[in-house]
Design a protein around this ligand. Structure first.
Ligand SMILES: [Zn+2]
Length: 154
């Protein structure tokens, strides 16, 4: 949705309803920027100090990864965007990724690994496990089947 709104705001003349990869990436960055702004994230936040945060040219607060000096790696790979674990945006993003990795097919580890391809969540492991515990789809699949009891013998 955000990508379509950005397209209209930019007066982009593309007629196709199919979004291109660059449009989706820009929309995602706008959403993450909004998330950081709504959460009131600052470089001085105690919660993110261990990640060595920096504001990059795109305006996003990113973790200063140790792979930043490897020239072949692109920015998202070495400097992930930081999101707070307590944020609603984080919950929505984790749910989206969890659905993308097919719920029960992937546990918390794989979901967190997929999430970390794009963002770094504070208290990531705890946050993802909490969100997955509440997933209705997974709960339904994990539930045991009820066996029918035999009636009393006459
Ligand atoms: Zn699920």
């Amino acid at each position: 949705m955000t990508a379509y709104v950005l397209r209209v705001l930019r007066k982009d003349a593309r007629r196709s309803l199919v979004l291109e990869a660059d449009e989706l990436q820009q929309a995602r960055e706008v959403q993450f920027k909004l998330a950081q702004k709504e959460d009131g994230m600052k470089l001085s936040d105690q919660e993110i100090q261990t990640l060595n945060p920096e504001v990059y040219t795109d305006g996003l607060i990113r973790a200063h990864g140790c792979l930043v000096h490897v020239k072949k790696l692109n920015k998202p790979a070495c400097c992930p965007i930081i999101l707070k674990g307590s944020s609603l945006w984080t919950t929505l993003f984790v749910r989206h990724i969890h659905a993308k990795v097919f719920h029960h097919m992937a546990g918390a580890e794989q979901t967190l690994a997929e999430v970390r391809k794009a963002v770094w969540i504070t208290k990531g492991w705890e946050t993802v496990r909490k969100i997955l515990r509440r997933c209705v789809h997974c709960r339904r699949l994990r539930s045991s089947t009820v066996t029918q009891e035999m009636g009393p013998s006459l």
